[in-house]
Design a protein around this ligand. Structure first.
Ligand code: GCV
Length: 713
């Protein structure tokens, strides 16, 4: 035991000191001192911070660099107003810095735009310095965070020549926060916005929220739930929103609000919210004027209309376009945007929910106003552990489509399961829609390059809350991080994102970092294995969506019940979406459609999504479907067990506080994975009527016991 302790201490010393207790609050912006050998490398390159000028953003840059570099290098890095030595980090724009103006980089910086940046190691006045420059102050801020990231992850900074600009314009976190402080599908505490204390008292935490977002390029924040309460648009609440916007502004985060379509009735006392009624349109115009008066850089409205009980234009026999364009007209004079959600699925007898959004919205391609973006979930159902890409991507070339991802893990084990979502999002972004032949990826729809869109955006439903560590599980901070990085550059590899986050947040020790990266990169597949393998979907417990309930058939709407989705019977399993079934596979472009539609070419990951497959169907492995399914469930459980062992072995590399908390979460994950496996194989076995294949453990309880009550979190 003593030998083990000594070994841990020696190891910890070698990787840069004994890991200190850490509650995770600082996210990836920890700025703890680097190992001394690295401090010696960086010190000559980072002798002082040269930020001149005094705007809120320039002040934010100066304080971030001084604090960050001082922390990382373990002693004060001062501010320098001129270059009288090597190693000054000069930051700003040609307007804010005479040194940068002297470089005559205007043309290059103009090409990068106000959010892009250039970082170069140059000689200025005979001294070796680093210049972080941009056309705009926000670009200089993003460049500064990039520079800090290089040092945090121990990259060389002596010969820098980096240019970057965001590929997507609007990079937005959507909070489903209610005005009473609860968070719909939130698993990390309460809302970060304390509405009763605002506007007089603003939680200092909001500044750290803004910093964290800016550090990964997020530039928009939707403050309230899309299941909206009209109250947010009252003068009283708008003043509170304005106070939040004031804190975010220096960090380039613009606020957006969910607008309840019936607000003119609820707040304005009108008899209708019909978008064609001039009084309604005038009410929205006046409201927009009022908002922009208080918040000049207000982003715009996000609207969930005629979906899951929300009001909308269809209530008045108008179309989605009629509703969106009416709001767009109110916001246009202020350059505000309307983000209209495509999450629409009216229940019709015999219909396929997976085809509903396409049927509802595709006919309106090209009809939305110039300041409208249509926000489309990554897959056609609802943020399932794995879905094929949404057929609207590539299906509406004349519409500005904005992918919506879910960072919060509604269907992925809440904040209890370690799942690195970059891999899942990568899979979607890399999907080829074939809209314009091969190479027409979802990433190119997102960045607008496929159809030369004027406006582009990506949204992620936030996983943040009032928990001290922000996301409830230390590892799930990585999903917030990954979302921002992918919104900035939708082509970034998952491995790179994981590597950056690990280095900044957990450890730079190569062996440990390698193990953690592998765990993260494998995690999504593992969770799919123990929850919904081979294209199964929506088999979670009704309402809260935690844990399995493939037997569930109690919801008032058929399409809220798992039995609607898996369609298990004595013959086989899966939803037939081919010509012999709902034929919604026909919403994809021909090569994709054909590949999905044929049993022999459909990727096994989506098999049960598109086909009703006989239990004895031969899979690529040579096994029959039933055996393969059961073995996937087992594989998921095996992965969690192996991960627990690997994590335990990292004690001493990671501080005890975070290590212990993650270990506890992994224990819950193992319990849940076993529960998922057992409940699902027992239930599906009532249809397949086959024995469990060798290698699959015997379930611990009976099916009746699993059905009796759901897993708790
Ligand atoms: C905000 C799913 C979730 C709802 C959510 C909805 C949406 O149905 O379960 O909580 O509502 O998606 O995206 O609007």
């Amino acid at each position: 035991m003593i030998r083990l302790l000594v070994a841990c201490l020696v190891f910890a010393f070698l990787v840069g000191g004994v890991a200190k207790a850490d509650d995770g609050y600082r996210l990836w912006l920890r700025y703890d001192a680097l190992p001394s050998r690295m401090i010696a490398v960086y010190r000559p390159r980072v002798a002082a911070v040269g930020v001149t000028g005094n705007s809120p953003t320039l002040n934010a840059i100066r304080s971030e660099l001084v604090n960050g570099l001082t922390g990382l290098l373990g002693s004060a890095v001062p501010v320098a107003s001129d270059i009288n030595r090597d190693g000054v980090v000069v930051v700003g724009t040609p307007r804010s810095s005479t040194l940068i103006a002297r470089l005559r980089w205007e043309t290059q910086l103009a090409q990068l735009g106000p959010e892009g940046f250039r970082i170069r190691s140059v000689k200025l006045g005979g001294h070796s310095v680093t210049v972080i420059a941009s056309e705009g102050e926000l670009g200089a801020l993003y460049g500064s965070f990039h520079f800090l990231r290089l040092i945090q992850t121990l990259q060389p900074v002596n010969r820098l020549d980096i240019t970057q600009k965001p590929r997507v314009q609007l990079r937005m976190l959507d909070h489903w926060d209610n005005l009473d402080g609860s968070v719909e599908r939130g698993y990390a505490g309460r809302s970060l916005w304390n509405w009763s204390a605002l506007p007089d008292t603003v939680d200092p935490r909001l500044l750290d929220y803004a910093r964290a977002n800016a550090s990964i390029g997020i530039n928009g924040s939707l403050l309230n739930n899309v299941n909206a309460n009209a109250q947010i648009l009252t003068g009283e609440y708008l003043r509170k929103v304005a106070a939040v916007a004031d804190v975010f502004r220096p960090y380039g985060v613009r606020v957006f609000l969910s607008a309840r379509f019936s607000a003119p009735m609820e707040l304005g006392g009108l008899k209708t919210a019909d978008p064609f009624d001039p009084v309604v349109a005038a009410w929205w115009k006046k409201k927009a004027d009022e908002i922009f008066q208080l918040i000049p850089d207000f982003g715009g409205f996000v609207v969930k209309a005629n979906s899951e009980g929300q009001p909308g234009p269809r209530t008045y026999n108008r179309t989605h376009v009629d509703g969106a364009n009416m709001l767009a007209a109110a916001l246009a004079p202020h350059n505000g945007l309307v983000i209209w959600r495509a999450f629409v699925y009216d229940m019709k007898p015999g219909y396929d929910r997976a085809g509903a959004a396409y049927e509802n919205l595709q006919p309106f391609d090209g009809k939305f106003a110039a300041n409208v973006l249509l926000q489309v979930k990554n897959g056609p159902i609802d943020f399932q552990p794995r879905e094929p890409f949404h057929p609207l991507f590539g299906g509406m070339p004349a519409t500005q489509l904005m992918p919506e991802f879910q960072i919060t893990q509604e269907y992925l084990g809440f904040s209890n399961h370690l799942v690195f979502l970059a891999s899942m999002w990568r899979e979607v972004l890399d999907s080829d829609t074939y809209a314009k032949g091969p190479g027409s990826t979802v990433a190119k729809v997102a960045d607008g390059s496929l159809d030369s869109q004027r406006l582009t955006g990506i949204a992620g439903v936030a996983n943040t809350g009032s928990d001290r560590n922000w996301t409830g599980h230390h590892f799930l901070q990585a999903n917030w991080y990954a979302f921002g990085r992918l919104a900035w550059n939708p082509d970034l590899p998952s491995r790179q994102i994981a590597g950056e986050w690990i280095g900044m947040t957990l450890t730079n020790e190569p062996k440990a970092a390698g193990t953690i990266a592998r765990i993260m990169l494998e995690s999504h597949e593992a969770v799919v294995d123990y929850m919904t393998p081979l294209g199964l979907h929506h088999i979670m417990w009704g309402g809260h969506h935690y844990g399995p309930a493939p037997w569930w058939d109690k919801e008032p709407r058929a399409d809220w019940n798992p039995v609607y989705y898996h369609r298990a019977d004595d013959r086989g399993l899966g939803f037939d979406r081919t010509a012999s079934g709902s034929n919604t596979v026909g919403q994809y472009h021909p090569p994709v459609r054909d590949r999905f539609a044929k049993l022999s070419t459909c990727p096994e990951a989506f098999l049960l999504w598109f086909h009703h497959v006989p239990w004895e169907h031969r899979m690529k492995s040579g096994r029959i479907l039933w055996d393969e399914l059961a073995l996937h469930y087992q594989r998921g459980v095996d992965w969690v067990r192996a991960t627990r062992t690997e994590w335990d072995a990292l004690a001493g590399v990671i501080d005890a506080e975070r290590h212990g908390e993650v270990a506890k979460k992994l224990a819950i994950q193992e319990r849940d994975a076993i529960w998922w496996r057992d409940a699902c194989v027992l239930y599906f076995q009532t249809f397949s009527k086959r024995p469990l294949p060798a290698g699959v453990e015997k379930p611990a309880r009976t099916l009746a016991e699993y059905k009796e009550k759901s897993l708790t979190w």
